[in-house]
Each structure stands twice: as structure tokens, then as C-alpha cells.
Ligand binder design. Structure first.
Ligand code: IMP
Ligand code: MG
Length: 198
């Protein structure tokens, strides 16, 4: 998509060099995934679990196209040092509020890169003995995967590039772009959006 189309998304979209996945593509795929979940989990009232904050947009859109009773809950994590992170160790700063023992849990993720964070969190959820535990990821980066994690639902495979939008951030910005895009190199140094925030 040419970047001049991006002007309709506001000033900070000027920092985007290329749209990798459009808003329409994302919405269409989320709808398909929601329909599949509604069929697969019919009569099971799944608990959708997400990690704040990147999953915010995906979770909201997914829940709105799921047509069966379901519940939602969130975890929040903070990474330790790089070294700890490379071992896949994260610190839970917010735990679930819903007890998940004997519940059908669907772990909803915006993006899986190395898979280290997700692997750690899945282990921790498995200890609580859910009736089932599956993964529903929107953006998958298979090239950098260090741990093989079965993905029951997958939206898109992404190239091994740093992307922003639809929940994914660079220094907490760009999450609210409704598409997935690449940042211009200069946006890493002197982003338009920082001017607007004073
Ligand atoms: P991993 O799978 O443990 O390597 O960690 C995945 C996490 O890295 C995600 O939850 C995101 O917070 C972050 N991440 C990975 N790739 C991107 C990207 O392209 N843009 C923004 N954040 C990303
Ligand atoms: Mg995430």
C-alpha cells in the first residue's frame, strides 16, 4: 500500500514506510478465527486469556465476533534483565482473576516471536489444571522461534521484521494504528508522534 493512503490515519502514520497487513485483511481474518472458535468451543464457555498490553485490540475485536458465551481475563508481565528474558523467565505483575481449573482456556496472543515468553506463561497456566489450553495467535514470526509451540489458531505469518500497529508498539507508541506496518528508519530517532505529546 502506498504511504499517501496513510494520511487518513493521522499525522503519526507518516512514520510508517510500508503497510504489511491492511486493516481490512486483519478484520477479515479475525472474523474467520472468531467463527472457528465459536464452532470449536460450542457449549464449553472458554476463558480467553491475554497478556497486556499488546493483545488489547485483537482481544476486543475477537470477542466481538465470537458468538458463544465466553469469558475474558488478563495477565500482565514485566521482563527481567535481557539475560533472564533469554531464558524465558518473566515476572507476573498481574495474575488472572478467574480460576481456570477445569476450564477451557484459550491463550490469545498478538505476536509470537521467539516463543520464550509464551512458553513460560503456558507452563504456569498448565499447573492450574485447565480442562484444555490452546493458543490463538494473530501474528506469528516463525523465523525466530526458539521453542516449538502448537498454535491452534493463527492469523498471519510475518517476516522477521520489527512491525508496529494493531497493538504492537515501539516505545509504547503506534499501538492504535489499525494495520501492521514497518517504521521508517528515521522514526526510530525522531518520531513525529513525540512532537505531538510535547
Ligand atoms: P517472544 O515471543 O518471547 O520473543 O516475545 C514476544 C513479544 O515481543 C511480544 O509480546 C511483543 O511484546 C514483542 N514483539 C515481538 N515482535 C515485535 C514487533 O515486531 N513489534 C513490536 N513488538 C514485538
Ligand atoms: Mg504479547
Amino acid at each position: 500500500m502506498k504511504t499517501d493512503i496513510l494520511t487518513s490515519y493521522g499525522d503519526f502514520a507518516h512514520d510508517i514506510s510500508e503497510v504489511i497487513i491492511s486493516e481490512q485483511q486483519i478484520q477479515a481474518r479475525v472474523k474467520e478465527i472468531g467463527a472457528q472458535i465459536s464452532t470449536d468451543y460450542h457449549g464449553k464457555c472458554p476463558v480467553l486469556v491475554g497478556v497486556l498490553k499488546g493483545v488489547l485490540f485483537y482481544m476486543a475485536d475477537l470477542l466481538r465476533v465470537i458468538t458463544i458465551p465466553s469469558e475474558v481475563d488478563f495477565l500482565a508481565v514485566s521482563s527481567y534483565s535481557n539475560e533472564a528474558r533469554n531464558k524465558g523467565v518473566v515476572r507476573l505483575v498481574k495474575d488472572l482473576e478467574i480460576p481456570i481449573q477445569n476450564r477451557h482456556v484459550l491463550f490469545v496472543e498478538d505476536v509470537i516471536d521467539t516463543g520464550l515468553t509464551l512458553n513460560y506463561l503456558l507452563r504456569s497456566l498448565r499447573e492450574r489444571e485447565p480442562a484444555s489450553l490452546e493458543v490463538c495467535v494473530l501474528f506469528n514470526k516463525p523465523r525466530r522461534r526458539l521453542i516449538d509451540i502448537p498454535l491452534k489458531y493463527k492469523g498471519f505469518d510475518l517476516p522477521d521484521r520489527f512491525v508496529v500497529g494493531y497493538g504492537l508498539d515501539h516505545q509504547e507508541r503506534y499501538r492504535n494504528l489499525p494495520f501492521i506496518g514497518l517504521l521508517k528508519p528515521e522514526a526510530f530517532q525522531n518520531p513525529n508522534h513525540l512532537r505531538e505529546c510535547g
